[in-house]
Ligand binder design. Sequence first.
Ligand code: NAD
Ligand code: UD1
Length: 343
Amino acid sequence: MRVLLTGGAGYIGSHTALVLLEAGYDVTVLDDFSNSSAESVARIEALTDRSVQTIACNLGDLREAAQALQVIDFEAAIHLAGFKAVGESVKNPSAYYRNNIVSTLNLLDILRAKNVRELVFSSSATVYGVPQTERIDESHPTGQGLTNPYGRSKAMIEQIIRDVHASWPDFKAVLLRYFNPVGAHESGRIGESPSGVPNNLMPYVAQVAAGQRESVKVFGDAYATPDGTGVRDYIHVMDLADGHLAALQHLEPGVATYNLGSGIGYSVLDVIGAYAEASGKDVPYVITEPRAGDVSRVIADPSRANQMLGWSAKRSLDDACRDSWRWQKQNPEGLQGRYTVAE
Ligand code: NAD
Ligand code: UD1
């Protein structure tokens, strides 16, 4: 069975491609390499000793994408392509809506035209807005109180997929709401290559441990959490990749939603401490003002995925720090060579 991975050269897509190849699937990666490089695909091929069909194409261009996919037979698609930097989405909303939403509309039209009925979509816990419960399950309201265009684009796409299903009852879709993906493949050959200054905590901590940056800025220490810093549900990217495989194997007509998280919350200081331990390096930090739009805690209730998909997170925060550090040490400049010191 062949699976199309849009955005398959990126951070989560590359790990998912590897897991699918190891499970015996054939993989086609469609990517415009706007935030990745062909090197990650070459590395997946080397790690798995399998070849990956690669299409360099902008999914936002319907003609180009439809033409490229016309000659390819695939039975399911995992749709990861999109822009994901929250701050950038606030500065340039139309680029975010255009890329994320138009790409999805194009893919949905192509699937319909080819009668490909299976879709797994990369959504985010961001659709829940400000958590109203200690741990968030899939029945938590979505689309309310979202503070940025990135988050809103995810909520809108979820709705679009539901509407497409309403018009096409045979369509089988899964919306995967990722919590905080971290870590890298244990080989250290593929991982996350942020461009410029990392927005997310773990890649920033990795660059501080490596001596590339002076100290971690901890965004606030007066939250209602045990140590006052923000608490998140960090999920190892290989567990996340396994979650895509499980979702693909359990597709049914309809639109199902699943949280992919560990169910465990760690604070910013927990992450810094775990990373220092895993790397054997000092990780200095300073407390700064809270970041606009941040909330105190976001933790998944992953019971539905545990029960319905037979999936659960197996790797710990320590595993993620160890694997991130191996990746950081082996690839200090990332794969695209876009690491910059200036903040
Ligand atoms: P990434 O940037 O590493 O991967 C996205 C890939 O999509 C990149 O390779 C990029 O080149 C490609 N792409 C972007 N626009 C495209 C287009 N128009 N046509 C073809 N390719 C295009 O990001 P990631 O972290 O791997 O995220 C994958 C998906 O998961 C995204 O949709 C993201 O919003 C979602 N997600 C990520 C996180 C996270 O923390 N990383 C959390 C929740 C959800
Ligand atoms: C962010 C996005 C969210 C996205 C998620 C995964 C925002 C507001 N939210 O979530 O939409 O789905 O990434 O990609 O950007 N922190 C620091 N110092 C740093 C960086 C982060 O203290 O340099 C803290 C944050 O305040 C937070 C925690 O570390 O408490 C995790 O932050 P981050 O990795 O950016 O993820 P989220 O904010 O959870």
